[in-house]
Design a protein around this ligand. Sequence first.
Ligand SMILES: C[S@@+](CC[C@H](N)C(=O)[O-])C[C@H]1O[C@@H](n2cnc3c(N)ncnc32)[C@H](O)[C@@H]1O
Length: 320
Amino acid sequence: MSVPPQPATASDGTTIPAWYASQRSVPLDPSLYAPAPDELAFYKGQTRITDEDELKAHVLKVQRDAYEVWPYPCIRRLAFTKLKISRFPVYEEVLKLGRERQGAILLDLGCCFGNDARKAVADGFPASQILASDLRSDFWALGHTLFKSTPETCPVRFVQGDIFSDAFFNPHLAHPHSMEAISACVDSASLSPLAKCASIIHASAFFHLFNEPAQLALARRLNVLLSNEPGSLIFGSHRGVRDGVPGERDGRESFAHSPTTWRAMWEDATRGDASVQVEAWLSDFETRPMSAEDVKSVSVDENGVPLHPGSWLVWVVRRA
Ligand SMILES: C[S@@+](CC[C@H](N)C(=O)[O-])C[C@H]1O[C@@H](n2cnc3c(N)ncnc32)[C@H](O)[C@@H]1O
């Protein structure tokens, strides 16, 4: 008789729910390390490790250490090697905001190692205008190990906290602050000073960690962080399902939205604010460049079956 998966204890003493704990006992698969040429070039440039075997060993060592912190499937898949932020159709818009909007702030929420923030910096987004945030500072520290950086050599700033905690981010308290918002966040160990100050929020492989009511609460919180200036945007990707079958994911207490339920959730979160536009579609892959093919995935045949059944929900919420 098979024993049902049991919860475990993480290195910080918190409880790892049964589903995640069951993943931790499955050996990592080094063959999943298969960087594309641009990914390899980025990692060589950042780490200054030019020998490819040495680089692979280094990346896999950090992966193992991170998997011990918390066994997220994205760490197992080595998603952090995929330059994901740069694969979104809105990425050029993001870089343009960094170039053209005075002081535009990019928040990378659920940043893990900070790989996406580093990619944006490499592509010209001012590092001083990026704030990375995560529940677990161990991941941010492992990011310095991964990229062989220090807080001095990587000027992206980080603030640790639980986005659902009012002590960390109180959406009802827009802090008046005299200093610039990122410094105020770091100094107060809180996201509250960022209310209405983020021009761009990136939140990938993040919403799908939570159940349906929590995802709605999260959307409301991000809407408070987002600047009211037209062109401000929130974007990301996470596990999704085709229309008609949204629901709980395999025993994880997390919810998978379809493009339609995702748009409805944002309408609810923004109280039907007509100035907010939501695009969402399904894609087969989390990290490859999006093409016109992906857009077809929201079309269905005469039986309601998607023409292109993707399992990643890719989305942009934009202030018009
Ligand atoms: C699956 S990883 C995604 C990392 C990265 N964004 C990506 O796309 O590969 C989810 C990240 O969210 C962080 N996280 C989980 N719950 C959180 C919370 N309540 N508040 C802030 N960060 C959280 C985790 O520590 C982890 O680094």
